[in-house]
Design a binder for this molecule. Structure first.
Ligand SMILES: [Zn+2]
Ligand SMILES: [Zn+2]
Length: 394
C-alpha cells in the first residue's frame, strides 16, 4: 500500500482535478452514443489524456472508437491498465453510468501521473467501446489489444458498493422451428405445427431447470409464434439466453439446451435451426489479490462495502472475456439507493446526482491508489498473477 503521505498526495491530486473529472462525465452523459458510435466520448477522453502527456493510439485494435493512452518510463513492466467504457444504452442514454466509468478512469490516470511521473512500468488507459451488447472487448482481445497487460481494473456504478461480484457467461441463441402451413380447421392433418415444437421446447427447458446446477440461468421468449389462428404455424422463432458462472458447465449446458430443441423439433416433425446472436460472453473471474488491494484502499478512504465478504452474481459483460485473458477486477459502487438499479430511469438520475458524482470521485481515488500499488509493489503483481484464472469460488 502507498505510504500515508503518498496516499494523501494521490487523493489530493484527484481532488484538484475533480471539477475536470465531473465535467468530462457530464459532457459524455449529455452526448450519449451507443455501440461503436462513441466518437465524441473517445475524442474528449483522448484529447484530455494527450494534453496530460499520454501517448495516444486511436483508432485502436481496428476499432474507430477504441483507444490506448500510454505513459511509460524507463521500465516497461508491469503494465497496468485502467479500463474505460463509455457507450450508452439505446433510448435510455447513460442509464448504466458509463460516463462515470470513463471520467474516473481518465481522472485516476491523470492524477497518478501528476503525483508519480517517474513511476515504474507502464500506465495505460484502454478505451473499450460497445459493452452494451456489441462485445467491444471481445473484438479487442482478438486483435491482441491487451497483450502484455499484467493487471486491468475499472469501477462500475451500481446500486451497491462491493469489490467482488461474479458475472455469468452468456450465449444468446435464436431457435427457428420450421413446419408446414395448412388450414387449421379444414386440413389440419396436412400441417406440421412449428408452434408445437416451440411449446415443447419451452417446457423442456422448464423441466431441465430442476437438474441444472447452481449458478445457471436460462430464460427465453417467443419472438414469432405463428401468423394467424387458422393457419397451422409453419415458423416459430424463440430467443433464449443461456448463462452460467462456470465456463465448462456453460458449454455443457448450452449443448443440452440445443439438444432439447433438436429433440422437440423431431417429436413435432419439424426442423430447427440454431443461430448464435451477438457475442458470447465468458464468465467473469475476479482477481482476488487485486480485489484485496482495492478493498484496503477503500478502507483507507473510509468507503463502506455493502454486504462485506458476500459474493453476488450480477448480469453478464464483456469484462468476463477480459478476465479470462488477464487479471481483472470490476468493483461496483452505489450512485443512488438500493432500488436504483442499472438500466432504469431512476439510475439515469442517480448517475448525475451529487451523491453519484461524489461516489465517482471517491472511486477515482481508490482506482488511483490501487494502480499505484500495482506499479510500485512487485510482490502484489506476483500475487495477482498467482491468483489469475481461479474461478469465482476463491
Ligand atoms: Zn449496462
Ligand atoms: Zn454497464
Amino acid at each position: 500500500m502507498a505510504s500515508q503521505s503518498v496516499a494523501r498526495q494521490i487523493t489530493g491530486a484527484v481532488d484538484s482535478i475533480a471539477d475536470r473529472i465531473i465535467a468530462t462525465h457530464r459532457l459524455i452523459f449529455n452526448h450519449p452514443e451507443t455501440c461503436f458510435n462513441e466518437r465524441f466520448a473517445a475524442e474528449k477522453l483522448t484529447s484530455w489524456l494527450r494534453d496530460e502527456g499520454f501517448e495516444i493510439k486511436k483508432p485502436y485494435a481496428g476499432l474507430a472508437t477504441a483507444f490506448l493512452a500510454l505513459h511509460k518510463t524507463a521500465s516497461n513492466d508491469p503494465k497496468v491498465a485502467l479500463i474505460a467504457e463509455y457507450d450508452a444504452l439505446p433510448h435510455l442514454g447513460h442509464a448504466c453510468g458509463h460516463s462515470l466509468i470513463a471520467a474516473s478512469a481518465a481522472g485516476a490516470a491523470v492524477a497518478l501521473k501528476q503525483v508519480a511521473p517517474g513511476h515504474p512500468g507502464s500506465l495505460l488507459v484502454i478505451g473499450t467501446p460497445a459493452e452494451e451488447g456489441g462485445g467491444g472487448k471481445v473484438k479487442m482481445i482478438s486483435e491482441k489489444a491487451f497483450e502484455g497487460v499484467d493487471a486491468a481494473l475499472m469501477a462500475h456504478p451500481s446500486n451497491k458498493t462491493r469489490v467482488i461480484s461474479r458475472m455469468y457467461a452468456i450465449n444468446e441463441l435464436e431457435f427457428t422451428f420450421t413446419g408446414k402451413a395448412a388450414h387449421a380447421a379444414a386440413f389440419p392433418e396436412q400441417g406440421i405445427n412449428a408452434l408445437d415444437a416451440g411449446v415443447l421446447f419451452y417446457n423442456a427447458v422448464a423441466v431441465m431447470r430442476q437438474q441444472m446446477r447452481d449458478g445457471a440461468r436460462v430464460h427465453g421468449i417467443f419472438t414469432h409464434g405463428g401468423d394467424a389462428p387458422n393457419i397451422i404455424p409453419e415458423k416459430v422463432v424463440m430467443n433464449f439466453y443461456v448463462r452460467a458462472l462456470d465456463r465448462d458447465y456453460f458449454m455443457e449446458l448450452t449443448e443440452k439446451i440445443k439438444n432439447a430443441a433438436r429433440g422437440c423439433a423431431k417429436s413435432a416433425g419439424c426442423k430447427v435451426s440454431i443461430k448464435r446472436k451477438g457475442s458470447a460472453y465468458d464468465p467473469f473471474y475476479p482477481n482476488y489479490p487485486m480485489g484485496e488491494a482495492f478493498r484496503k484502499n477503500m478502507e483507507l478512504l473510509k468507503i463502506e462495502e455493502d454486504g462485506f465478504g458476500q459474493t453476488e452474481e450480477i448480469g453478464s459483460s464483456d469484462i468476463g472475456n477480459l478476465s479470462q485473458v488477464i487479471p481483472t477486477i470490476h468493483p461496483e459502487y452505489a450512485v443512488g439507493g438500493r432500488d436504483d438499479i442499472n438500466h432504469s430511469r431512476k439510475f439515469l438520475e442517480a448517475v448525475t446526482s451529487s451523491k453519484g458524482e461524489r461516489a465517482m470521485i471517491s472511486m477515482t481515488k481508490t482506482l488511483a491508489l490501487t494502480v499505484h500499488d500495482l506499479l510500485f509493489d512487485a510482490s502484489l503483481i506476483k500475487r495477482v498473477k498467482a491468483g489469475f484464472g481461479k474461478t469465482g469460488s476463491r
